[in-house]
Design a protein around this ligand. Structure first.
Ligand SMILES: [Zn+2]
Length: 388
């Protein structure tokens, strides 16, 4: 709590540390007097948010008293629960904060899970942060419904659905962790990983459709170091009991088919050299999932996935098709070694941050022999270059 207030640590850092301390002590759920039980990270997040609001509120009240004002302006934000959307952004007297906004009520202003705050307001001097028109526009925007898989969601409902999906993913992560520690059957663990992966893709698609940012820190707030990716190769090997390392062990996997199709397309178009085989391509993908996905950069961005373009850059080509198409020059592009990619991610210096329109912010890390670029928001590897 004091850490947040003094500004020494970010909210997420404090959250992560608190949860680690608590789970390391063996605590997993918190039982409230009401009889409800809450998963630990949810309980901690709630306590920190509520506590933070309380400190702010105390300070606001002090200032208002010293300056002798009767009026307060309540903040406004998107995704507020419908009851709060009714009064957010308005100017109220202290009495109205109680009667209209439900101050001190568990479900009201500054109550449980409320992200609203209020500041002293001086009529005739202060300028309102939001005009009535802006507040109306916000309300209309919030009420707009978007469809996903046959169901419609307004902004608030979409946010609720996102939180629900994050809870489910945390549950799967904890299951994977417990099963792994309990040395459960590999197939049972795999089944959970598949569930997690499916939920994650659903979460991603949902968030994109609803135009809401994904909140990965809520998924990873459990502090667990679990392996959630699903090495399909291994499932099939374990099912057949054969580990011959040949193509046959990859049969019937949609992911494999996709990889092989991508390989053929990239060879045909000249993005990768045909000297690199299709099987090597598939293996490279799994190697990246094993060794690179999950790594963190010096500024704490977690690598979440690779992209075909990144893989093509790692492999290299004898004639860069883009340069050739532009001015018929034959430019040989060397590939990048796995260890150089890892070095750039783990130890590389952040050299530039650039905004690519519509695709988020990309950031490049310069290692000893290679430069690696990834999408700062999604954690997906975009490209790499050998440094000469
Ligand atoms: Zn609120």
């Amino acid at each position: 709590m004091m850490d947040i207030e003094s500004g020494a640590f970010s909210y997420n850092t404090v959250l992560e540390r608190t949860i680690n301390t608590m789970t390391n002590s063996g605590l997993r759920t918190i039982d409230y007097a009401s009889g409800t039980s809450s998963r630990i990270e949810v309980a901690v997040r709630r306590a920190l948010m509520t506590g933070y609001g309380q400190v702010q509120r105390y300070m606001t009240d002090q200032v208002a008293e010293e300056l002798g004002t009767e009026y307060f302006e309540v903040s406004a934000h998107g995704g507020a629960r419908p009851e709060h959307a009714e009064w957010q952004g308005g100017v109220y007297t202290k009495d109205e904060l109680y009667s209209i906004c439900g101050l001190d009520d568990a479900l009201g202003l500054c109550g449980i899970n409320c992200y609203h705050s209020y500041d002293p307001f001086f009529p005739g001097i202060s300028k309102r942060r939001y005009t009535d028109d802006q507040l109306e526009a916000l309300k209309a925007e919030e009420a707009k419904e978007i469809e996903f898989n046959g169901k419609t969601y307004n902004k608030y409902q979409a946010l609720q659905e996102q939180r629900k999906m994050e809870r489910q993913m945390r549950k799967y992560r904890q299951d994977i962790d417990l099963l792994t520690k309990g040395e459960a059957d590999e197939e049972r663990i795999q089944a959970k990983r598949i569930k997690y992966q499916t939920k994650y893709s659903q979460y991603k698609a949902f968030s994109e459709r609803m135009e809401l940012p994904m909140q990965r820190d809520r998924i990873y707030a459990d502090g667990l170091k679990v392996k959630t990716e699903n090495p399909i190769e291994k499932i099939i090997v374990s099912k057949t009991g054969i580990d011959n390392g040949s193509k046959t062990s990859y049969n019937n996997s949609p992911l494999e088919d996709k990889l092989r199709k991508q390989y053929r397309k990239d060879v045909k178009e000249g993005w990768i050299t045909a000297l690199f085989s299709e099987d090597q391509y598939v293996k490279l993908y799994y190697d990246l999932q094993d060794k690179v996905v999950g790594l963190k950069t010096i500024n704490d961005i977690e690598v979440t996935d690779t992209s075909p373009h990144f893989m093509a850059r790692m492999i290299g080509t004898s004639r860069d098709p883009k340069i050739y198409a532009e001015d018929h020059r034959i430019v040989h592009r060397n590939g990048v070694e796995m260890e150089d990619v890892i070095d750039a991610i783990k130890n590389g210096e952040v050299a530039k941050t650039q905004s690519t329109t519509g695709k988020g912010i990309s950031i490049t890390f310069y290692g000893n022999n290679a430069a690696v670029t990834l999408n700062q928001e999604t954690g997906i590897l975009i490209q790499c270059n050998l440094l000469m």
